[in-house]
Design a binder for this molecule. Structure first.
Ligand SMILES: Nc1ncnc2c1ncn2[C@@H]1O[C@H](COP(=O)(O)OP(=O)(O)O)[C@@H](O)[C@H]1O
Ligand SMILES: [Mg+2]
Length: 239
C-alpha cells in the first residue's frame, strides 16, 4: 500500500523553482532515501509535505487525503511528523518537556498528564535518553539534540516520519547508532523518508532512493542503480 503519493509538486520562491513537477510515492513500511546536491529542493519538499509552505501546484496525498495547503499542526495530528535540518529543540526546556509537548499537542487524542508522562518515558527509553530527562535541551551535544527531536516527533505517534539530515555533523560512531535507530523506528511500523548526505547510511538503510537536482527528480532506484547511474554520478556522487 502507498502511504504517500506526491504528484506534480511545485514550489517557486520568486523566480526560483525550488521544487518543480516532482512525482514520487512512498510504500507503507519502507525507508525511502532522498538525496541530491545542496539547494536541490530536498528540504523544501519536506516543508511542503509537512505544511510549512503551500505548494504552487501539485498534490500530496497522505493515506489518500490531499495535504496541500493544510497547516503543519493539522498535518502532524494526522500522523505525519518531521525533524529539522537545523535542529529545532525548545532550548530552554528540559528533554522531558520537549517530548511531552509532542505527546500532548501532536495527536488529536485527549490524554491525562500521567498517560502522556508514561508515553514520554517509554519513548525516552527507546531513544536512549532516560538518564538525561531533566537536562536543558539547548545545552546538549548535537547528537543528543537530534535524538530529542526524533523523540518529540515519535511522541506525536507518526505513521510517516520525515528525517532531514539526521546524520549530518555526527561522528562515525554516532552515525552507526543513528542508522540502528532508524531501523528500529521502521520496526515499530513507522514509514520513513530520510534526506541524507552520508552515503554509507543511505545505501545501507534504504531499498529505494530518489535523487533531486535543481528542484527536479532526476533518478529513482535501488542503491545499486543510483550509485551506478551516470546522471547521478555526474551531478552528485562524482567519480
Ligand atoms: N524560504 C525560502 N525563500 C527563498 N528561497 C528558498 C527558501 N527556502 C529554500 N529556498 C531556496 O530553494 C532552493 C532549495 O533549497 P532547499 O530545499 O533547502 O535545498 P536542499 O535541502 O536540497 O539543500 C535553494 O536555492 C534555496 O536557497
Ligand atoms: Mg536541506
Amino acid at each position: 500500500m502507498q502511504i504517500l503519493q506526491v504528484e506534480g509538486l511545485t514550489k517557486n520562491f520568486g523566480g526560483l523553482a525550488a521544487v518543480s513537477e516532482v512525482d514520487f510515492h512512498v510504500e507503507e513500511g519502507e525507508i525511502l532515501g532522498l538525496i541530491g546536491p545542496n539547494g536541490a529542493g530536498k528540504t523544501t519538499t519536506f516543508n511542503l509535505i509537512a505544511g510549512t509552505y503551500e505548494p504552487n501546484s501539485g498534490k500530496i496525498l497522505f493515506n489518500g487525503e490531499n495535504l496541500a495547503g493544510k497547516k503543519p499542526n493539522v498535518i502532524c495530528q494526522k500522523g505525519l511528523a518531521r525533524t529539522f535540518q537545523n535542529v529545532k529543540v525548545f532550548p530552554d526546556m528540559d528533554v522531558f518537556q520537549n517530548v511531552l509537548l509532542g505527546a500532548f499537542f501532536g495527536t488529536p487524542e485527549k490524554k491525562s498528564r500521567s498517560q502522556a508522562k508514561s508515553e514520554v518515558e517509554e519513548i525516552l527509553d527507546f531513544i536512549g535518553l532516560s538518564d538525561r530527562t531533566d537536562m536543558v535541551a539547548g545545552s546538549m551535544t548535537l547528537v543528543n539534540q537530534k535524538r530529542v527531536e526524533v523523540a518529540r516527533a515519535l511522541a506525536t505517534k507518526p505513521k510517516l516520519l520525515l528525517l532531514d539530515e539526521l546524520m549530518a555533523g555526527l561522528n562515525p560512531t554516532e552515525v552507526g547508532e543513528s542508522m540502528e535507530l532508524v531501523k528500529r523506528i521502521q520496526k515499530k511500523g513507522i514509514t520513513v523518508i530520510m534526506i541524507e548526505h552520508v552515503m554509507k547510511a543511505i545505501m545501507n538503510i534504504c531499498k529505494r532512493i530518489i535523487v533531486l537536482h535543481h528542484g527536479q527528480k532526476i533518478a529513482e532506484g535501488t542503491p545499486e542503480e543510483i550509485s551506478t547511474s551516470k546522471t547521478v554520478i555526474e551531478v552528485y556522487l562524482g567519480e
